[in-house]
Write a protein that binds this ligand. Structure first.
Ligand code: 5AD
Ligand code: SF4
Length: 472
């Protein structure tokens, strides 16, 4: 597959920031303090993209709101992975008719993976006149220019051309909170799993330069972030397109070398190319969390082949074992798709068997959703929605039982956790995470947020652990 790496010149990002400054000056001249609302669907990559949208919006002089009736600018950042998310987006965008009626000058933008699909961009053009601006993930770097065209031309703007994707550094980012941060290390996906729309909407794999990633990580640590999650569709492919001789394990080491007390997490890892070097590095780097999200998708070799996953269940089991041999305290989680076209009872039983063997700490389970343009969309699928739902419910039971058993094993142990926020509840007012990323509820002083502390785990259920702060 040949792909030409397109890098947006930093001067072009500066031009975009110049447009932000002009928009900000215009708002100020009108005596306005505009408010923006950014509504995000889908994965952490989208959360990270929304931080960039907020970065630009802040430079346009916007404050932020969660109330669509108060917003001058609304940006809906969408997901295309499953139909359910698309339906929610369309329902919510349709409902924005009300806020726009109240505030006719309101600008409504829809961006992200959903609108990178031609049929969805068309649908919005035809059936959602309330939307002023549509742009795909490859156009995010020029969001200021696009919104300025809407503002000055008083017309609808559509920008979601087909693209293999671009690279852009230097886009301003507005991150929330001060404890956890997302850090994109690469974009796109080359794997073309037969059910997945991501490679079509996010383009080819492209890695950020290691020096740019490390500089951003260092800045985050200096700003006081304690929990940094490296993001990519498949982080194991990191660096392959750069030819700089730095792979993902090397990148972890480089970030681990940054002085400071913080944790490194990452997602997602593809089982086809998770290496022993990665597990060894995770075990050796004291700042790297012993947490691995390794989506298996199915336990049936026949289905894995149809999914184009490039591994079989035996390879997956070997990897899980190898990772645990380096890190006996590893927290291992996975994604599973139930009801892939043609999945039989027998295939499903293979999945259950694999889950019982591996005993995941947590599983994210999804019912297969047909995606336009993917190979699986044209595979025969004789099973009913009810069959799939029955399998889904059974898998959830297995997953919940194993998570609950695993969480009970924590009872009585003393663990170091990172306090990351308030729960809004009286009894357990703080939330925290273990090194492996398990949620622990605590009672304590909110001043502890952002601190690593020792806690004794008192109880655990399927979803969370409950602990008491250890004194001394
Ligand atoms: N239907 C259902 N689940 C899907 N996923 C990706 N594509 C689909 C689809 N078409 C799931 C996979 C992936 C997770 C992010 O979403 O399990 O790992
Ligand atoms: Fe989709 Fe497969 Fe790429 Fe994950 S690895 S984004 S499931 S194509």
């Amino acid at each position: 597959m040949s792909y030409e790496r397109k890098v947006i010149d930093i001067e072009k990002i500066k031009e975009q920031e110049g447009i932000c400054a002009r928009i900000s000056a215009r708002f100020a001249a009108e005596g306005k303090r505009p408010l923006a609302m950014v509504d995000t669907y889908g994965c952490q990559q989208n959360e990270a993209d929304s931080e960039k949208l907020r970065g630009y919006l802040a430079e346009m002089g916007c404050g932020f709101t969660q109330n669509e009736f108060q917003a001058d600018i609304i940006v809906v950042n969408t997901c295309a992975v499953r139909e359910h998310a698309e339906m929610r987006v369309l329902g919510n965008v349709g409902a924005l008719n009300h806020s726009k009626k109240n505030k006719p000058e309101q600008i409504i933008a829809v961006c992200g993976c959903m609108v990178q699909q031609e049929h969805m961009a068309e649908k919005i053009k035809k059936s959602y006149p309330v939307v002023d601006l549509v742009f795909g993930p490859h156009e995010l770097w020029r969001f200021p220019e696009l919104i300025s065209r809407v503002m000055t031309g008083h017309r609808r703007v559509f920008a979601a051309e087909k693209s293999d994707g671009v690279m852009a550094e230097g886009i301003p980012q507005q991150r929330d909170g001060g404890v956890k941060a997302w850090l994109s290390i690469m974009y796109g996906c080359n794997n073309f799993c037969s059910y997945c729309v991501v490679p079509y909407v996010r383009g080819r794999e492209r890695s950020r330069r290691p020096e740019d990633v490390v500089a951003e990580a260092r800045q985050l640590v200096e700003q006081g972030y304690k929990d940094i999650t490296l993001l990519g569709q498949n982080v194991n492919s990191y660096g392959k397109d750069l030819g700089a001789g730095v792979d993902f394990a090397d990148l972890i080491r480089m970030i681990n070398d940054i002085p400071g007390d913080f944790l490194i997490r990452f997602m997602t890892s593809h089982p086809k190319d998770a290496t022993e070097k990665l597990f060894e590095t995770m075990a050796a780097c004291e700042k790297c969390a012993h947490q691995l999200h390794l989506p298996v998708q199915s336990g049936s070799d026949r289905i894995l082949k149809l999914m184009n996953r490039s591994y079989d269940s035996a390879k997956y089991l070997r990897q899980a074992e190898l990772a645990r041999s380096y890190m006996p305290d590893l927290v291992l989680t996975t994604d599973i798709i139930v009801g892939f076209p043609g999945e039989t009872e027998e295939d499903f039983e293979d999945t259950i068997r694999l889950c019982e063997k591996v005993r995941f700490d947590a599983m994210f389970t999804f019912i297969y959703s047909k995606r336009v343009g993917t190979p699986a969309a044209s595979m025969p699928d004789p099973y009913t929605r009810e069959d799939k739902q029955r399998h889904f419910d059974r898998l959830m039971e297995v997953s919940n039982r194993i998570s609950s058993e695993k969480h009970r094993e924590y009872e009585g142990r003393i663990l170091r956790v990172l306090v990351d926020g308030e729960t809004g509840r009286d009894e357990y007012n703080l939330s925290s995470r273990t090194n492996g990323g398990r949620l622990v509820h605590l009672r304590g002083n909110p001043a502890l947020i952002g601190r690593f502390i020792d806690v004794k785990i008192c109880s655990g259920n399927t979803w969370a652990l409950y602990g008491e702060i250890e004194n001394g």
